[in-house]
Write a protein of this length. Sequence first.
Length: 276
Amino acid sequence: MRNIILLIQKNRNFIFFLFLEFIALFFLFSATNNYHHYNYLSSSNSISAGLYNFQYRMTSYFSLRDINNQLLVENANLKNQLLNKDIVVGRKYIKHKDTTYKKNFLFKEVRVINSQYKFYKNNLIINAGTKSGVKKKSGLIGTKGLIGIVTNVSNNYASVRPIINPDFGLKILHKNSNSWGDLTWIPEENSFNNVFVKNIPIYTDVKEGDFFITSGAEGLFPRGIIIGRALSVKENIEKQTLIIKVKIEEDFSSLKVGFVVKNHFKKELDQHLNKK
């Protein structure tokens, strides 16, 4: 026992140094500073550093995913707030003194989990159904413009008929003139980026680059959602109308996120539309 005490006394400085090193390492690794963790491990053990770096990347990935989901929710909330200020997707919606009318629509953010492009029967699937308040004939818009209409709904999922489907149809507007037209899709080579607008009066002044927007007439979408820009204009002399090829604003090749449109007064509007 006496020899042990003498040994400690003889090496007390070295033992004290080791004690301080232990305290320093304890605080280093108990801190939440990933930078110091990584630097220390890199200098002492490259394999351990690599493992920690992998763990750090994975943690960052899942953290970013959570942040991204939160941003999607905030984006939907922002759209609702902007709508109450007569704005939709960064563009003017409609000015109206009736505050009830302004709050006509709400947006529910969803993810496009499957895209089935079969040329003639193109279809999308979203990760929201009746449990999330999604109904048949609900509209779906994207971050840039119009996407489609819900055709089938289950508890947790819904099918959407996109505007690039020959069965899709909608009354739309030429933004500059407010002339009405019919939106349709004609299957052709490389046509996933284009749609057609028919039955606009031949005297309408439509130029390349002009915007076409939703009319809001059927209550599926607010007025003013962008569909696309005119690429070419042809005259149908027999019917005295224009046929306009339109480049779609929304990119269907990389579609990930959408917003289901809910019209609080759709049922009431349908009662009047059905009386026509």
